[in-house]
Design a protein around this ligand. Structure first.
Ligand SMILES: NC(=O)c1ccc[n+]([C@@H]2O[C@H](COP(=O)([O-])OP(=O)(O)OC[C@H]3O[C@@H](n4cnc5c(N)ncnc54)[C@H](OP(=O)(O)O)[C@@H]3O)[C@@H](O)[C@H]2O)c1
Length: 320
């Protein structure tokens, strides 16, 4: 089936706004996009990401936001972000201009994914790449202290959303000439940590799901890229006691957000099937391979020494 690139000046950016958002995108002042215009045609040919249409979930902050910027500014991509925070999405649109549009919905809502896919089809937009990056980290605490609803929500947002996204988007992606799927898991999928049982379980599920999917879809030319980042300086620790990255020890071992996004960008550009990023993630990976029965406890003890306040509810001292 011939693949039509949408006419961005016409209908392409009705996707910029959620259905009930009153502002006309044409009234928003947009800066001129750099779009990597200086690239030579030789570079363009070698750039797997050049002028691709990319869907990035979790585009409003952290790694996703940084990745959106790199895709637009360095690869002239057309990026469609997915997130819930309208203000932050709008500010990114102001920064990136026409090359960035967004769609607001909860990634753990399967119907919303189906509606999004239908909307893309209606507007004749066919994505080349899907990056499942949206995620949440609940406050560190022991399993018996964790609210059951929060546990389920973490599994929904961190794992099931990836399944829903793939179910809705793969039929569209597979119509692209060189389709790519990138799922962002975590070092917690390589070596589980105490205090984050639903997060570790969800990320391990993302890892296995992605690896199985890669094998299943290899005959369909789908490139699958699994990213396993270590601690990264973003707002994901906002729910924690001591607000995570303000802990000097943790912020020393964590990678700057822009650097992590740059590494993910290069992994996508090179079509890497699996990448572990961050010294902490590589250490956890090795530790688990060497001592699978003890690695989680060892990592927990190291984190507890470095960031005791974060772990107060994980190893309670009140006799529970
Ligand atoms: N930071 C780290 O140390 C670290 C380490 C390993 C792996 N990771 C993974 O990297 C990914 C990005 O994390 P980050 O550190 O950049 O976190 P972040 O700064 O908190 O960003 C999370 C993004 O996900 C979106 N999101 C969360 N729940 C959502 C939902 N239900 N529906 C739609 N969007 C949702 C948020 O957007 P809205 O709030 O606008 O909805 C936000 O854009 C996550 O999958 C995370 O697990 C992070």
């Amino acid at each position: 089936m011939p693949r039509t690139k949408p006419d961005q000046s016409a209908s392409g950016f009705s996707l910029s706004l959620s259905a009930n958002y009153p502002v006309n995108p044409a009234s928003v002042p947009l800066p001129a996009s750099e779009n990597g215009a200086a690239k030579t045609s030789r570079h363009r040919k070698r750039d797997r990401l050049w002028e691709k249409t990319v869907i990035v979930t979790g585009a409003s902050s952290g790694i996703g936001r940084s990745l959106c910027k790199r895709l637009v500014e360095r690869h002239a991509c057309r990026v469609i972000g997915v997130a819930r925070n309208e203000e932050r999405c709008l500010s990114l649109r102001r920064e990136l201009g026409d090359a960035f549009s967004y769609h607001l919905f909860d990634v753990s809502d399967e119907k919303a994914w189906q509606a999004f896919a239908a909307r893309l089809q209606e507007e004749n937009i066919l994505p080349d790449i899907l990056v499942n990056n949206a995620g949440m980290l609940p406050r560190f605490c022991r399993f018996d202290r964790m609210d059951a609803a929060l546990f389920s929500q973490t599994i929904d947002v961190d794992f099931l959303s990836v399944v829903y996204a793939c179910r809705a988007m793969l039929p569209l992606l597979l119509r692209a000439p060189s389709p790519m799927l990138c799922n962002i898991a975590s070092s917690a999928a390589l070596c589980p940590l105490p205090g984050v049982t639903p997060y570790a379980a969800a990320k391990a599920a993302v890892k296995s799901f992605t690896e199985s999917l890669a094998a299943e879809y290899a005959p369909d030319r789908l490139r699958v890229c699994l990213i396993l980042p270590g601690f990264t300086l973003t707002d994901i620790f906002r729910e924690q006691k001591e607000s995570g990255m303000r802990n000097p020890w943790l912020s020393r071992i964590a990678m700057p957000c822009k650097k992590m996004a740059g590494k993910i960008e290069r992994a996508l550009q090179k079509g890497k099937p699996r990448k572990v990023f961050g010294a902490d993630a590589k250490g956890m990976d090795l530790l688990y391979k060497l001592f699978p029965a003890h690695a989680a406890r060892l990592c927990g003890n190291v984190l507890r020494l470095g960031a005791a306040a974060l772990f107060e509810d994980v190893f309670p001292t009140d006799g529970i």
